[in-house]
Structures are given as C-alpha cells and as structure tokens.
Design a protein around this ligand. Structure first.
Ligand code: HAM
Length: 417
C-alpha cells in the first residue's frame, strides 16, 4: 500500500516559484526603502519566552488569550511562536543595551509570524510580516516618517484602493479616564443599544463605534471621543504628526474609533486598509508604544513602528492587476552539445556566474540540443552558450552566432555590446 500523503497544516501554505519571485522582489523593495531611511536589518528568534508576549502584547488581547502557539520545551519552559515582532525587538533592545547607542535605534525585519486564527483568504496561521521600529525618541517626525515609508512601500507594491486611518490614543491615564467616560455614556442610554454592544460595555466599550445597529449608532453619534480628551503634550504631538503628513501630501482619515488589537499603544496609531481585500482588509498598521520597553524591565524608552502582512500586500496588489511576474533578470543559457562537453560546460557556467551580471542556467536534464534551444527560449534567455568541440555564443534576438576562443572572449560576447 502506498504511504499516506501528508499535507501542509491547516492555515499554512507553501510558497511556489511564481509567488516566491514576487515575494523576493517585494522584500528587495522593502529593504531598499527601509535601509535608505536608516532602518538596519534586525532578526530575533521565531520563538520567545511566553511571558514576553503575555506582558508585552497584553493578557486581555485576542492574540494572547486565544491565538498563541504555546508549547513546553524539554526543560519544561513555556515558549511561544512569536505572534508579532515588536515585543521581541524591545526585548532585544533591552538585552543588548541598545539604549547606549545613539537614538533613535532604527530596526527593520521580515519573517514568519504565527497566530492560531480561523483561516480564510488573507488570514493564515503562519504569515510573513515586514516591519520597522524606531526606539529611543518620541520625536513626532518618526511617527510621520514611518507612516510615509509604509505608504511608499504599499504604493510601490501596487496595492489598490488604500485608505489610511489615523488616530491618537494619548497616554495610559488619559485612556483609562476616557474608557470610564465612554462606559458612563453607554450605560446612560443602555436601552437603545444592541444586545451585543450592551454585553460588552465593561470589556470593550470601543466596539460600539463599529456597530451597524441603528439605536447604537444614534448613541455613538454623540459619544465622547478620545482625541478630544488628549492632554496638551499628546495633542501637540499628534498635531505635528498630522502637519508632517499634510506637508507630504498623504491623505488620511482621522478616525477616533480606530482600535488596534495590541495593548501597548500610546499616542499615534494608524492602519492602512485596502478595499480590494474583503474581510481581512488591514494590510499594515502600527503606532507608538512609549511604555513598552519600561514595561518589559528596560529603561523608560519611547518607540514607534509598524508591520505589514506580505500575503495581504500581494493579494491586494493582485486584485489591482499587479500580479505579473517581476521583470526577469537577463538570462544566459549554457547548452551541452554532446555528453563529453558536460564537464567543460559545468566549469564555464560557474565562471559565467562569477563573471557576468546575469542569471546563468545550465542544461542539467539530459535534453537534446534542439530541446535545449527550445528550453532556452522558454526561459527567455538572451544568449545561449553552446559547448561542444567549440564554444559558440548565440544571440537569441538576432539569431547571430559567434565562436569564443577562450573564457575571456566568452564573457565579452555574452555581455554584448
Ligand atoms: P498587527 O496589526 O497585529 O500589528 O499586524 C500587522 C499586519 O500583519 C496586519 O495588518 C496584517 O496585514 C498582517 N497579519 C496579522 N495577522 C495575520 C494573519 N493571521 N494572516 C495574515 N496576515 C496577518 C502588529 O503585529 C504590530 N507588531 C505592528 C507594530 C509594529 N506596531 C508597532 N510596531
């Protein structure tokens, strides 16, 4: 009996070559953009002590209470596959004394993250994020710079129908006082609310802003807004962020009802949505987290950053017709005219790979010469090097064929005029 075939676990996926190339070109664009603004490449482990996320992301969030892949290692320690990257970046900042470096410390990352969510289009249990964090300064220009970098990345990636929601949460005491004020407002008109909102007044009064229920909407129309309750410094900080975005000509919706699924945010919060995506419309988001490093045992350190989902970026770009393959690199194909020439062809392919700025492919599947030329055409080769008694270079556009006496001449012919 044939052995049972196994499949990738629910909510995970394989990245096959066409998608792999799109991801690679997105990663290259992100690295260029973020590197150009001083965000150095950063990596942290894929698993961390469970306590990091419990303390960093917040026990009451969906992420920590329901969605973490947590396991015990052989030594009985509780570890968790990282559901997000900010807590790990702050842990590393503290662990390596990065506060001694000139501020701001700018980090960027790309890698896998894990959340035990119900899988659907754009929502997976393993997904990839690109992210950027700036630690050690509360300068509002960092908030604006980061928002603009994400806008630029999404635009370069071809994400369609984008909307930027922007708000400020102020500091923790402001938020707590506001929560009480909002609860009081909801309780005073409890009979007008939907059952669902009424049941969640204590846990999550902000949810009421998202309701479609007519009675609830009427109550929310004159609910107090957190942005109107900001302290002077927080209000000024937010005004500067907005002014910088205005100067840059980036449109945004001020949305006092924006709630993010992580507890660490203070001051600026933002989220980019793409209407091309359906239910999972959040492509990327973030904000300021001025209390997080201290909360994790480090020195008081402000921070701000964002993360964006790679799969959602590519889905939203595809919806806008942006899923054609990135332009292929110029390709040179090394063909083997007869079996005795295979060894020489192997050496020449290696020399070409080191010497020319092109992708070099070698015949490695035992095709006939005719089959090889057809294959070279299929992979879009610009030139074919035919290795037999002699070395011939065939220009695939003109059809012209020339002999190379040695490796040096081969390089010259392959690179063209
Ligand atoms: P987040 O909003 O939880 O923020 O996630 C950022 C992005 O990751 C989302 O906008 C979405 O594109 C993608 N994403 C999240 N969950 C999934 C999933 N299950 N499947 C596919 N994509 C998903 C954070 O993670 C914060 N660490 C962002 C941040 C950085 N804030 C400050 N610094």
């Amino acid at each position: 009996m044939a052995p049972e075939r196994l499949k990738a676990p629910r909510g995970t996926f394989d990245v096959l070559p066409a998608d792999g190339e799109r991801r690679r070109s997105l990663r290259t664009a992100a690295e260029r953009l973020l590197g150009g603004a001083g965000y150095a490449a950063f990596e942290s482990p894929v698993f961390e002590d469970t306590a990091l996320f419990a303390r960093g992301v917040g026990e009451s969030t969906d992420i920590v209470s329901k969605e973490m892949f947590t396991f015990e290692d052989q030594g009985g320690r509780s570890l968790t596959l990282r559901p997000e990257g900010t807590a790990g970046a702050c842990r590393a900042y503290i662990e390596h004394g990065m506060h001694k470096r000139p501020a701001p410390v700018k980090l960027s990352y790309w890698g896998p993250f894990f959340r035990h969510e119900t899988p659907q289009a754009g929502r997976y249990r393993q997904f990839a994020q690109v992210g950027a964090e700036a630690l050690g300064s509360d300068d509002p220009s960092l908030d604006a710079e980061l928002v603009l970098l994400l806008a630029e990345l999404l635009e370069q990636a071809g994400v369609a129908q984008l909307r930027l929601r922007l708000s400020s949460l102020g500091d923790a005491p402001t938020r707590a006082a506001y929560g009480e004020e909002l609860r009081a407002h909801l309780r005073a008109r409890e009979h007008e609310l939907s059952d669902e909102v009424r049941a969640r007044i204590d846990q999550n009064p902000l949810r009421a802003f998202d309701s479609d229920h007519p009675g609830t909407r009427a109550v929310m129309a004159d609910a107090p807004l957190l942005v109107d309750r900001l302290g002077e410094a927080d209000a000024e900080h937010f005004a500067t962020v907005r002014a910088l975005l205005d100067d840059a000509g980036l449109a945004y919706d001020l949305d006092p009802t924006l709630v993010r699924g992580l507890d660490y945010y203070t001051r600026t919060v933002f989220e980019f949505e793409s209407a091309a995506l359906g239910a999972q419309r959040g492509v990327g988001g973030g904000g300021r987290y001025d209390g997080l490093v201290a909360q994790l045992g480090g020195p008081p350190t402000p921070g701000v950053g964002w993360a964006a989902g790679i799969e959602r970026i590519l889905l939203a770009a595809a919806a806008a017709g942006g899923d054609e393959q990135p332009e292929a690199e110029p390709t040179v194909y090394v063909a083997v005219a007869k079996p005795e020439a295979a060894r020489r062809a192997f050496g020449l392919a290696r020399a070409l790979r080191l010497g020319v700025d092109a992708r070099v492919e070698l015949e490695q599947a035992g095709r006939s010469l005719k089959g090889q030329l057809k294959h070279a055409d299929r992979v879009g080769a610009r030139a074919v090097v035919i290795v037999g008694e002699t070395i011939e270079v065939k220009d695939m556009r003109s059809g012209e064929q020339r002999s190379a006496r040695d490796e040096h001449e081969l390089m010259r012919l392959v690179m063209g005029p």
